[in-house]
Write a new protein. Structure first.
Length: 124
């Protein structure tokens, strides 16, 4: 049960960051601060940063096997994302999307490894 709580915190942080940063980018686009090219780059970078931070939190909370915890979080999140994209929005699987998903997995694993290295056990 404790692991599910840690996973839930990490997943909710990823979703909140993606929604919040996307809202801010949309607001800046609506105002006209940025052009479309910059917004397209931001749309790619936001999930990478969010997955990194989510991996960092699960690694910091779990404290061991950072690569495995990052892989678990990324597979869980990408399963939900894939189901949403391909069943709900009828997107086709392309080589670009596979490469993008692999970058997201690598980002989450890297964040989790760094989070494990920042883990400090309770000293008694």
């Amino acid at each position: 049960m404790n692991y599910l709580k840690k996973l839930g915190i990490s997943m909710s942080l990823i979703v909140i960051l993606i929604l919040g940063l996307t809202f801010i980018a949309t607001l800046f686009n609506y105002i006209g601060l940025f052009n479309n090219t910059f917004i397209n780059i931001i749309k790619i970078i936001i999930p990478i940063i969010s997955m990194f931070i989510g991996g960092f939190t699960i690694g910091k909370r779990h404290g061991k096997n950072g690569w495995l915890e990052g892989l678990k979080v990324s597979v869980f999140f990408l399963t939900i994302l894939t189901l949403f994209n391909y069943l709900g929005l009828n997107f086709n699987l392309t080589i670009k999307s596979i490469i993008y998903y692999m970058i997201l997995v690598f980002s989450t694993i890297l964040g989790s490894i760094i989070g494990v290295n920042k883990f400090k056990p309770n000293e008694k």
